[in-house]
Ligand binder design. Sequence first.
Ligand SMILES: [Cu+2]
Length: 148
Amino acid sequence: MRWRPFLAIAVVVAGATAAAAYAVDAGSRQPDGDVLGPGQISVELGIEHSRFSFDRLEVRPGTTVRFEVANTDPVAHELIIGDDGVHRRHATGTEPFHPPVPGELSVGPNEAGSTTYTFDQPGTVVFACHLPGHLDYGMEGDIVVVED
Ligand SMILES: [Cu+2]
């Protein structure tokens, strides 16, 4: 368990604010229950108390989403979007920092950034933070690509 010290720090930080409600960020541009797209859209994805501000987003096939990520935590986080292989690769920790690959973003403490990802095929694409302990804490969600 080489990552134990990092996990302990994350849990302490998260635990200090455990009473905060888990809710969609008030600044999010995700309309409640609406399926977004197609075309280019922008979505605000906050990170606070080691939680993403939403854990589900529905888009139509052919939607390019610019994720504007704002990390208001005093610890680093990341946003990784992709298939099982992408998540497996990041879960093993071989890439500690993310260069500008679409759908992969590292954000330092109290930093913001953005990454863009195109959703073409109907199905579910997972997004997550694979920094040690963060996935277990709940830093994951689904982008559901639906035809309507
Ligand atoms: Cu994280």
